[in-house]
Structures are given as structure tokens and as C-alpha cells.
Design a protein around this ligand. Structure first.
Ligand SMILES: *[C@@H]1O[C@H](CO)[C@@H](O)[C@H](O)[C@H]1NC(C)=O
Length: 309
């Protein structure tokens, strides 16, 4: 392992996968390829939605917001990782570490609540189509999005402040690609009982939207089973597949991350972390455009406009 002789005793060390050099190189190359795809894919989604008037409805505004969060989410961790690998350093300042932790919790929660808002949107569209425009009014839509951002920050702030007040006396090596709360708690020499309780509370706040998503989809499926042949219902239902795929990917990886013993971090955990911070944000744009004619048309128009100007 390389030693950083310029690291102060307040800095933390991001060990990444903590394996042989070849493993580290593989993860570096992976992130190097995935990160631009995340940026371009999600930016295209936002541009396509905003430039096509037919996509100016709640479902697509929520999708654009999800893309926006995904860009922030992956930018909190991946650039730092790439830069550290290039300059051959593993150091991250204590402030940088806390900032990473704050924004990761913030963005993960915002992501989670926006996914729930999207499920709610589909549930209203399918089970109460006549009231859709009144329930999902522009104002309601802005409120849902704003609430997602507020809950994200509100859930991130206490954990960050609590972690900032801990003492770190010995080991400052984080065995992960970024400073996550569990790794930091493990390194502290203070009494962390309260922090751990708060962390579980935080995971509960994070998971609440998942229950909302399940309830929304129970409503969706019971409606579709009752009136399977209505054209409007079928069209609305066609977008549910993409959303369900994203939801399963997202919560699947989160569960893979948090329901593991905190003591040993293996290559398998590293792969799950990569799924969480890179693969999910990368796949979202593809999942939503693949079988969606409206999105494809909007993207096509976007490119034509760019070429002609
Ligand atoms: C997020 O959603 C709001 C409310 O619908 C919308 O006005 C805004 O344009 C969206 N943001 C993005 C980046 O699309």
C-alpha cells in the first residue's frame, strides 16, 4: 500500500477496494468509463424533457428531477476517486469526508423520495385518471419535488453534525470508495451508541418511500386487473415497467449495502457499492428511454436541432 507522506493527522484515507493494484486499476477504469455516461445520459434526459412541450407533464418533470439528483449523487464520490487514483494519493480531508457523507445521505434520500413521488404519480394516473390533472397539479408537483429535497437535507444534517463531533484517535482508514457513515462510526473512539441509533432512524426515514411505492403499485395492479382492456390505462401502465426496474435496482443495491456485517468489507461489497453509486445512475436514462416512444422522439428532435444550428 502506498504511503502518503503529505497527509496531516486530521486527514482520512480512502482505501477503496483495498485489494491488489490490479483490482484498484479495474475499478478505476470502470468509473472512468461510467462517469461520463452518467453525466451525458442524464443531461440528455433533462434537455430532451425541457425542450419537448409534449413531455411537460408531472411524470417527465419528476424523471428530469431524478436525473438531476443522479448527476449530483455520482459527482459526490466518483470525481474524488478518479483524481485520487490519478495523483496516487488516498487522502481526503476531514471536511471533505464529512461533505461526502452529507451529500451522499442527502442525495440518496432525495432519490428515494422522488422515486416514491413517481410511483404515486403512476398510481393516480391509473387508478384515478379523471382526477389526474387536478391531483398532480403543477403546484402539487413542485411541492412533491421540494419536499424530497427538504427531507433529504433534513435527514443528512443530524448525522453529519453527530459524526463531526466524534473523536478519531487511531485508525483513519476508510475501507470504501467514499466516506460513508458506517465506516466513519466504526473508526471513531467515542461512544457511538447514540449515533448508531440515529443511523437506524435515518435508514428508516430513507426506507419509508419504499413502503409508499409498494402501496402505489398495489393500487396500480388492482386497477389494471379490474379494467385490463382500457387503452388509457394500458398506456399509463406501460411506463410502470421502467419505473419498477429502477426501483428494484435502487433498493436492491441499498439493501445489499446496509444489510451486511460492518466488520469485513470484501470485494463483493465493493461491487455492490459500485452498483449503487455508479451503475444505477448510469442505467436510469437507458431504462426510461428504451421502450418509451415519446422520450425517443424528444431525443431525436434534440439532436436534429443541435445539428441544424
Ligand atoms: C423538477 O420538477 C419541477 C416541478 O415539476 C419542475 O418545475 C422542474 O423543472 C424540474 N427540474 C428539472 C431539472 O427538470
Amino acid at each position: 500500500m502506498r504511503q502518503d507522506n503529505h497527509s496531516s493527522n486530521l486527514d482520512f484515507v480512502l482505501l477503496g477496494v483495498n485489494g491488489p493494484q490490479e483490482q484498484e486499476d479495474i475499478f478505476f477504469i470502470l468509473f472512468l468509463f461510467i462517469y461520463p455516461i452518467i453525466l451525458i445520459g442524464n443531461l440528455l434526459i433533462i434537455l430532451a424533457i425541457h425542450s419537448d412541450i409534449r413531455l411537460h407533464n408531472p411524470m417527465y418533470f419528476l424523471l428530469a428531477n431524478l436525473s438531476c439528483v443522479d448527476i449530483f449523487f455520482s459527482s459526490v464520490t466518483i470525481p474524488k476517486m478518479l483524481v485520487n487514483h490519478i495523483v496516487g494519493s488516498k487522502v481526503i480531508s476531514f471536511g471533505g469526508c464529512l461533505a461526502q457523507m452529507y451529500f451522499m445521505i442527502d442525495m440518496a434520500n432525495t432519490d428515494s423520495y422522488i422515486l416514491a413521488a413517481m410511483a404515486y404519480d403512476r398510481a393516480v394516473a391509473i387508478s384515478r385518471p379523471l382526477h389526474y390533472t387536478t391531483i398532480m397539479s403543477p403546484r402539487a408537483c413542485v411541492l412533491l419535488v421540494a419536499a424530497s429535497w427538504v427531507i433529504g437535507s433534513a435527514n443528512a444534517l443530524p448525522h453529519t453534525l453527530l459524526t463531526a463531533s466524534l473523536s478519531f484517535c487511531g485508525d483513519r482508514e476508510v475501507v470504501n470508495f467514499y466516506c460513508d457513515i458506517a465506516s466513519l462510526l466504526k473508526l471513531s473512539c467515542s461512544d457511538i451508541q447514540f449515533n448508531v441509533k440515529m443511523m437506524y432512524l435515518g435508514v428508516a426515514v430513507f426506507s419509508m418511500p419504499f413502503i409508499g411505492i409498494i402501496i402505489s403499485y398495489i393500487r396500480v395492479f388492482s386497477t389494471v386487473l379490474k379494467v385490463p382492456s382500457t387503452k388509457g390505462v394500458r398506456k399509463a401502465f406501460s411506463t410502470c415497467g421502467s419505473h419498477l426496474t429502477v426501483v428494484s435496482l435502487y433498493y436492491g443495491t441499498v439493501m445489499g449495502m446496509y444489510f451486511r456485517p460492518l466488520t469485513n468489507y470484501s470485494l463483493k461489497d465493493a461491487v455492490v457499492t459500485v452498483m449503487y453509486i455508479a451503475v444505477t445512475p448510469m442505467l436510469n436514462p437507458f431504462i426510461y428511454t428504451m421502450r418509451n416512444q415519446d422520450m425517443k422522439a424528444a431525443l431525436g428532435k434534440l439532436f436534429k436541432k443541435r445539428i441544424s444550428t
